[in-house]
Ligand binder design. Structure first.
Ligand SMILES: Cc1cc2nc3c(=O)[nH]c(=O)nc-3n(C[C@H](O)[C@H](O)[C@H](O)COP(=O)(O)OP(=O)(O)OC[C@H]3O[C@@H](n4cnc5c(N)ncnc54)[C@H](O)[C@@H]3O)c2cc1C
Ligand code: FES
Ligand code: FES
Length: 447
């Protein structure tokens, strides 16, 4: 039986303080305890966006967030949108005929609101990107995009909600320091499991592979947050989200392939919550942040109550979904050595542009002297049990010129060990590894 715990947050501009079951997702709390049924459960796995609400200004899939993770936050739902009249987005959806079905539209409007709050003059591309995490099965996207475009620039009825309600959740579920988080792991190692963005763990729970009652939250642990320069390195906290890595000038300068990888992960709701630490701990051979970390010779920082250790990223993974991380350890962050003038590129092939898992991915890092490559790294994802470095391809590229590129293309095909699966065939993956490598190298060389 799950515990009853205190949770407090600001909901639609009003403070809320309640006792709720510790195993509820935010979606369950909103629809059940609070009777706010605008957010819908479509897939329950972060794929459709029907459950979208806004948390601290960001579009969020409420099916992938534990209720206690909202503690101390500002939450907006479709029910809080209207003032004396409808919100401009609601008006615009009616005017353009964008309102099509009751399942998807509340989530579409909330994703549209998060976008226009941030970028009131969003253009067509920004609107498509802002709604990439919201599916419409009746394919009425044209009117939906037109509605958001029509609302752009219209004044909102309320100022953006910012006043916060003091947090109330117990430290046992929501530790406020690294020490508290490690203590929970030490006491309940093997049972308690950390959740950060929840975009992997809550999907597993939906599939019955994980209990929600054993989770505790990492998002209030300050030591896991931030992106900064530390001792001649770029340091990225494990709690950095994909959206934060995409927006960071430091990451763009020192590890340029990483923001490109983050930009293709899921849709906005997934990138707003999903973290670097979660992507690493999940240990998928298709994890998109990993090839960029390989090409940067990154080091993963691990800590438990009794020890700290640094593991080069290439030694961190031991197989598909397997790593050296042990149950009482946390990933604190990742260190990337500075390399002057580094250029990079990440490319991947998926089933479709948004919300797709990589079939093949390639990251390239290079530096040049007098127009010739003098340092080269190539790493590939989804083509072997773990991400792999393509050392022969690197050697060929160091030689430079068209011949070097041709030899690198051939070399990379024998350096990968792809499998046949539902998403693709072995032969196709092998061929595409070479194609993506050439495109990535050309993009880096053209600067
Ligand atoms: C619709 C959808 C699309 C997606 N698309 C992509 C994609 O294109 N590319 C891609 O790579 N991934 C994708 N993912 C997977 C997921 O979003 C990423 O792996 C994400 O980075 C996971 O981070 P998280 O914080 O949400 O992890 P969580 O779900 O919170 O945690 C994942 C695992 O990591 C552990 N963990 C989390 N933080 C730490 C830490 N600091 N120390 C130790 N263990 C920790 C948790 O205990 C858990 O076992 C997608 C997921 C969904 C639902
Ligand atoms: S219900 Fe589909 S993303 Fe949450
Ligand atoms: S709006 Fe719901 S299926 Fe299109």
């Amino acid at each position: 039986m799950a515990d009853l715990i205190d949770i407090a947050f600001t909901l639609n501009r009003r403070p809320v303080h309640l006792r709720a079951r510790s195993d509820l997702r935010l979606l369950d709390l909103l629809r059940g305890d609070l009777r706010l049924t605008g957010a819908k459960e479509g897939c329950g796995k972060g794929e459709c966006g029907a459950c979208t609400v806004i948390v601290d200004g960001q579009a969020t899939d409420s099916c992938l967030m534990m209720a206690f993770q909202a503690d101390g936050s500002v939450v907006e739902t479709i029910e809080g949108l209207a003032g004396d009249g409808l919100h401009p987005l609601q008006d615009a959806f009616i005017e353009t005929g964008g309102v099509q079905c009751g399942i998807c539209i509340p989530g579409m409007i909330m994703a549209g609101k998060a976008l226009l709050d941030r970028d009131p003059q969003a253009d067509a591309d920004a609107i498509r990107g802002g709604l990439a995490g919201n599916l419409c099965r009746c394919t009425g996207y044209t009117k939906i995009f037109a509605a958001v475009a029509r609302a752009a620039g219209r004044p909102a009825p309320h100022p953006r909600a910012t006043a916060t309600t003091p947090a109330a959740a117990p430290a046992y579920y929501r530790p406020r320091s690294l020490e508290e988080a490690l203590e929970i792991l030490a006491q309940r190692a093997g049972e308690a499991r950390p959740v950060a963005g929840g975009t992997d763990v809550l999907v597993k729970a939906k599939d019955g592979q994980q209990s929600l009652g054993t989770l505790f939250d990492l998002t209030a642990v300050p030591e896991l947050k931030g992106i900064e320069e530390r001792d001649g390195h770029l340091w990225i906290g494990s709690g950095a989200t994909h959206a934060e890595m995409m927006a960071s000038p430091l990451v763009a300068r020192h590890l340029p392939s990483l923001p490109q990888a983050c930009a293709v992960i899921g849709g906005p709701q997934i990138r707003n919550r999903g973290t670097l630490g979660g992507n690493l701990a999940n240990a998928s051979p298709a994890a998109d942040t990993v090839p960029p970390l390989y090409v940067a010779d990154a080091v993963v920082e691990l800590v438990s109550v009794s020890a700290r250790r640094d593991v080069p990223v290439a030694d961190f993974f031991t197989g598909p979904r397997q790593s050296v991380l042990v149950p009482d350890e946390l990933i604190v962050g990742v260190r990337v050595p500075f390399r002057g003038g580094v250029r990079g590129c990440f490319l991947r092939l998926g089933q479709r542009q948004a919300q797709a898992i990589s079939k093949v991915s390639v990251a390239v890092g290079m530096t040049f002297r007098d127009g010739r490559p003098d340092w080269v790294r190539v790493a590939l994802g989804a083509v072997a049990p773990t991400v792999v470095r393509a050392r022969e391809a690197e050697k060929a590229l160091l030689a430079g010129g068209y011949e070097g590129l041709r030899r690198a293309r051939e070399a990379v095909k024998s350096e990968v060990e792809p499998i046949d699966d539902l998403r693709s065939t072995r032969a196709y993956r092998r061929e595409m590894a070479a194609v993506l490598l050439e495109r990535a190298v050309r993009s880096v060389a053209e600067g």
